[in-house]
Write a protein that binds this ligand. Sequence first.
Ligand SMILES: [Zn+2]
Length: 294
Amino acid sequence: MKIGIDLGGTKTEAILLGHDNRLIKKIRTSTPVGQGYRSILNNIKTMVDELENQTSQRCTIGVGTPGSIDKHTNLIKYSNTVCLNDRPLRADLEVLFERPVRIENDANCFALSEAVDGSGKNHKTVFGIIMGTGCGGGIVVNKTIMHGPNGMSGEWGHTVLDPRGHACYCGLHGCIETYLSGPALIKHFRQHGGTPVSRVEEILEQAENNVAAATTMLDHYYTTFARAISQLVKILDPDIIVLGGGLSNIETLYTTAVKRINNFFAHPVSVNLVKNTHGDSSGVRGAAFLWDQK
Ligand SMILES: [Zn+2]
């Protein structure tokens, strides 16, 4: 049996999957970020123990989390849960659980879940995108996650659209994430005359009511999204692009925005852009599937 853990900055989810990937149990806790690294490890241990108590078997453990593991030092880097950075998370979990543990970037887990039995299941090359608090990507070819020699495969969210753009936490300016993430959309809305809002849904509601600041903001957003996708198509041209994260619920991305991709090509292209199948569960499912990878 398999256990998958989605270690996020605010919540930690864990699932136990049985044969045929049938869901046996799912639990969710808040991530004790304020209490530090050791507390995060202990929280994961408590959750895994609870799931393993459901079965007499020793399970495989896969973990998905933002950031990546440095190939040379085996330490976590680029995590927005900053207390994980420069920590040997995998090694520490392996000591805790007395077995090998696999760890992957959360967007890679999302892409794997959708490629195995979600929206990308009938396609060879799947690009998974998470657009929410941040903007991540993952490439899965023939149900296998691509990493590359630098572990940077799929890091689409931190490719630069405009070097004169806003500062990004990664150290660059004008990354795709600084335009397409939820916080970016809310910030730009305010800067361009919108009322203060705390959720993207409020901007969508205002656009439906033809509030000018909201319709203009969304118009810009669609064009930027289309430009960012066009770059992805020019480099990888995946068979399918699966959107996840909170912003994947903007239905006009699949209609209005996707049509604009052709504004960035001299000759028409056909881009297969779809919504995810497994919703919020994609990341934790992908983490559980990590031990199916060769
Ligand atoms: Zn960046």
